[in-house]
Structures are given as C-alpha cells and as structure tokens.
Design a protein around this ligand. Structure first.
Ligand SMILES: Nc1ncnc2c1ncn2[C@@H]1O[C@H](COP(=O)(O)OP(=O)(O)OP(=O)(O)O)[C@@H](O)[C@H]1O
Ligand SMILES: [Mg+2]
Length: 188
C-alpha cells in the first residue's frame, strides 16, 4: 500500500547557537506521519520536543536535513510562503494558547482566515461554526471573560476553519489548569 506522509523529517538536525554555546537540540531525526495518524511526542524536559514540532510545522527550519509538509520541502519556500503554509495547512494549539486579549473569541478564530483574504462576514460565519463545534456558547466574550477550559476550546477552534490536514500536536496529559487530555496545549 502506498504511504504518503503529511509530514516527513529526514535526518533533521537543529543546532541552536554556535561555538562552545551550541545546543544540539535535535540530532538526525527521521520521522513520517501519515494523514489521520495520531502521534504523541514524549520525552523529558529539554529533550527537543518543541524543536521537533517547530520544524514539523514550519515555524523553524533545520540546521541540516529535510522537512517536507504534504510533499513540499520547506527549504524550497520563502519566509512568506512558509507563513502561508502555516496559516493554511498547519494547526497548532499552543501551551499558553496565545489568544489575543483584545479580540473576542470569535475574532480570535476569524483572524487566520482574514489574514488569508477571506471576507470578514464569511470568516465570522466559519468561526461561529467552529466555536459551536467545540461547544463554546460565548463567542463575543473576550479571553479574560472565559474560563480556562473555554479559552482552551477557542484555541482548539482557531486552526480549524482552514481544515488543516497536517497533524495537530497532542497533549497526552492534562494542562496545568487541570483540563482534560486532548489536542495539545503543548509548546511550541
Ligand atoms: N532558541 C534557543 N536557543 C538556545 N537553545 C535552545 C533554544 N531553544 C531550545 N533550546 C535548547 O534546546 C534543547 C531542546 O529544547 P526544546 O524546547 O525543544 O525541549 P522540550 O523537549 O520541548 O522541553 P520542554 O518539555 O521543557 O518543553 C534544550 O536544551 C533547550 O535549552
Ligand atoms: Mg517544549
């Protein structure tokens, strides 16, 4: 059976800094993730999990080796093209959620679509659908007017309007707030 990975890392290395201060965060990691596959990246603090996820999602580029997302080698892209790929194809739910405090829940979810040129009215309609899907009934509240679990659901809804096929990072254990396991609030 043919296997067409959504993400492929081939001998990927990431060194932070140089000289005696250089940190070899990833040493020759090869990994393939198929569409629909659920992968948990586990390891002690400092072992390179965020570095790996940053590379797999196009937030960072490897020092050596190759990263391919849906057949596109990331090193072949300009910074702008990588930013577009992240908006359209990659969904991250960050550990600290990264909601913009001055935007409502709906506006936070709309923003990536609007950056992609979708008109505000359509972006809002899609955002409200995504928020309804995760059971958020307060789309016009600001993040500081929501509970921790509600904020987490806004963050989960945010990447979904673009229906990314790339794998989302997954948090195997609860967030510090004690919310349940699920699509991860993990760093990057
Ligand atoms: N920008 C940076 N400059 C220098 N070193 C870095 C940088 N980012 C990460 N590192 C180092 O690279 C190594 C891997 O870090 P990384 O953030 O990938 O770990 P992690 O597995 O995600 O850890 P945690 O579970 O604590 O989040 C660590 O030693 C870290 O100190
Ligand atoms: Mg980390």
């Amino acid at each position: 059976m043919s296997f067409d990975p959504v993400v492929r890392l081939a001998d990927a290395t990431r060194v932070h800094g140089d000289g005696p201060q250089a940190v070899h965060a990833l040493k020759g990691v090869s990994l393939e993730v198929a569409a629909g596959e659920l992968v948990a990246v586990m390891g002690p603090s400092g072992s390179g999990k965020s570095t790996l996820l940053n590379l797999a999602g196009g937030l960072d580029t490897p020092t050596s080796g190759a990263v391919t997302v849906e057949g596109t080698p990331l090193t072949s892209l300009t910074d702008g093209e990588r930013a577009a790929l992240r908006r359209r194809r990659v969904g991250y739910v960050f550990q600290d959620l990264n909601l913009i405090p001055s935007l409502t829940a709906a506006e936070n979810v709309m923003l990536p679509r609007e950056l992609d040129g979708v008109r505000a009215r359509q972006a809002r309609r899609e955002a409200l659908e995504a928020l309804a899907e995760v059971g958020l009934e307060e789309p016009d509240r600001f993040p500081d007017e929501l509970s921790g679990g509600q904020r987490q659901r806004v963050a989960i809804a945010r990447p979904q309007p673009g229906a990314p096929r790339s794998p989302r990072s997954w948090r195997p254990c609860g967030s510090p707030a004690g919310t349940s396991c699920g699509p991860r609030g993990a760093a990057p």
